[in-house]
Design a protein around this ligand. Structure first.
Ligand SMILES: [Zn+2]
Length: 72
């Protein structure tokens, strides 16, 4: 059926400068502390927008259903 050989050598690269890194590295997955700090800075400045206000919406829905139960 679907027999895809999955034995490729995994090449790990620093997500910042794309240099090859080692999994044993202290700053893994980054090649150096410098790149790790750059990545941290990206998160802090909002360069990565991943966390959308999903939790807020969920809470709003929960509150709505609670209100319905309270008011007959
Ligand atoms: Zn790097």
């Amino acid at each position: 059926m679907n027999k895809m050989p999955r034995k490729r050598p995994i090449k790990l690269r620093c997500p910042i400068c794309k240099k090859p890194t080692k999994a044993m590295h202290t700053d893994f997955p980054f090649c150096s502390e410098r790149c790790r700090l750059i990545d941290l800075g990206k998160w802090a400045s909002g360069a990565y927008v991943i966390s959308s206000p999903v939790a807020d919406t969920d809470e709003a829905i929960r509150q709505d259903s609670l209100d319905e139960e309270d008011t007959p």
